[in-house]
Write a protein that binds this ligand. Structure first.
Ligand SMILES: C[S@@+](CC[C@H](N)C(=O)[O-])C[C@H]1O[C@@H](n2cnc3c(N)ncnc32)[C@H](O)[C@@H]1O
Length: 299
């Protein structure tokens, strides 16, 4: 891709440390996400600790007895869902309050013997964690927080065992280019560039408080730095990390109300309204580390 910036880590905005800005946003929200009125609804999760959707369930498959590393695990609901299904899980996240919730849930659910949580920035993980895993997993709102998807995949590939795989399910970059406050499909406007060559896509001002999980919560840290990663860059990143892409799917469902007009289903997925021409809302990718893998990718 000729549009690929030469140094994506320089794209975090003038004078702004994207990690500190984003961590402040997440540190403030993690306790709110664990509290009353949040869509995470931890009381319901304690009664039935399995929050996985059909997309990742079917594409990751049976995890019983397998080791699974969950990148950007947030408050641990998905991580512990995999543990409920029999995986031995390690969740990592850069937000201490999120990990505190995750560790507490693991204790409460009797899963602490098969679930550990490590505080780390994704890019710094090779300095914080050893080992290799059968499955390296991330989903639903992960890579938009990182400026360089090629680097993200190099870290993910580092932690897959030869013969194991990296799995990522996330919002589709085509859907991210639109204004997410569109009340009807006709209100959609191309708002953000698909090829983010000159900075983060969203610097959200102090007028937008709360989050997708607690929209009405008053919050103080309301700035974020986020990036759109075009599908070709994502696939190329997996290839360049030395992985073999064996599955790439585009979906017209997504597990959160990305646009107000989406229609929620009993399966926890939101869909386009009947009659609307289709656009992809999410994608999923599974890429395997070759059994004979002997080091970093080609570039
Ligand atoms: C939308 S959440 C992931 C949600 C997850 N699928 C779930 O619902 O459990 C994104 C997570 O990424 C984490 N995060 C963002 N940037 C990060 C970074 N650079 N390193 C590690 N974690 C990061 C945030 O703390 C947050 O917990």
């Amino acid at each position: 891709m000729s549009d690929q910036p030469t140094d994506p880590n320089d794209r975090a905005g003038p004078g702004r440390d994207y990690l500190a800005v984003n961590r402040a946003w997440w540190d403030e929200r993690a306790p709110l996400h664990a509290g009353p009125g949040s869509i995470y609804d931890l009381d319901a999760f304690r009664r039935r600790p399995d929050r996985l959707h059909s997309i990742e369930s079917e594409e990751v498959g049976d995890v019983a007895g397998r080791t699974l590393l969950h990148l950007q695990c947030h408050i641990g609901t998905d991580t512990l869902s995999w543990a409920t299904r029999g995986a031995i899980v390690t969740g990592i996240d850069f937000s201490p309050p999120a990990l505190a919730v995750a560790r507490g849930l693991a204790q409460e659910l009797g899963l602490a013997d098969r679930a550990r949580f490590v505080e780390s920035d994704v890019y710094g993980l090779p300095d914080r964690l050893d080992g290799e895993f059968d499955v390296v997993f991330a989903s639903w709102g992960a890579i938009a927080w990182l400026p360089d998807v090629a680097r993200w995949f190099r870290v993910a590939a580092r932690f897959a065992r030869p013969g194991g795989f990296v799995y990522l399910a996330d919002g589709h970059p085509t859907a991210w280019i639109f204004n997410d406050d569109a009340a009807t499909p006709g209100d959609l406007r191309v708002t953000y560039p698909y090829f983010t060559t000159d900075g983060p896509i969203a610097y959200v001002g102090p007028d937008i408080s709360g989050s997708y999980a607690v929209p009405d919560a008053p919050t103080a840290h309301n700035d974020t730095h986020e990036w759109i990663h075009p599908i070709a860059w994502i696939v190329q990143a997996a290839i360049d990390a030395g992985l073999t892409v064996e599955l790439l799917h585009e979906h017209t469902q997504i597990p959160w109300r990305m646009f107000p007009f989406l229609v929620g289903g009993d399966d926890g997925l939101y869909r386009l309204p009947d009659g609307m021409p289709s656009i992809p809302l999410s994608f999923s990718l599974r890429a395997r580390k070759p059994a004979g893998w002997r080091g970093a990718g080609r570039r």
